[in-house]
Ligand binder design. Sequence first.
Ligand code: DX5
Ligand code: ZN
Length: 219
Amino acid sequence: MGKRLVAPSLLAADFANLQRDVEMVNQSEADWFHLDIMDGVFVPNISFGMPVVKAIAEHAKKTLDVHLMIVDPDRYIKTFADLGSNNLTVHYEACIHLHRTLQAIKAEGMKAGVALNPHTSVTVLEDTIQDIDLVCLMSVNPGFGGQSFIENTYQKVSDLKNIIKRKNSSTLIEIDGGVNATNAKKLVDAGADILVAGSFVFKSEHPTETIKNLKETIA
Ligand code: DX5
Ligand code: ZN
């Protein structure tokens, strides 16, 4: 059994009430904060940058799980470490020298994550899996919250789990995009450890309850 964590994505928070939403996550049963950084180049959207991450970090009392959807992420590894990121996830598709990038992230004292777009096979990680702390499987095309979950993800989770076991690695599997009460249980049953949830949490009537229920669903 994995660790089964829930990581609300602040992309779906109310940016005019960011402190309120950060405190909500602090008080809830959520495990991590998931922060989505988009550069308008790697993905067709721009989210938020360093000043906002800094503001979040000042209030957040849980692990900061930062997901970089940017080209050439090596340029900002130190910046995000200095901002207080605990996990730094880069996209496989954005890294020419992934192995070097992973070492650089760890050298800054962070956990190293690799995200895969829906079109990227998990098999590309066979030779680096032992160097990866977490793999973030995108279950939507990155760039926007509120999209529908891609069903092929279940198969990718179990294929990735098999690679992790075969290589005797302790890599965690995170699922990002379209996560909700309908797919959560099936995802952890397939081998997922961490579920990112944006809209499902923040657009719900009672986010704290939604997080609690999601944790119960995957317990
Ligand atoms: C998408 C982001 C996700 C997003 C998830 O590019 O990486 O983290 O916030 O949002 P939902 O849960 O609404 O699909
Ligand atoms: Zn994300």
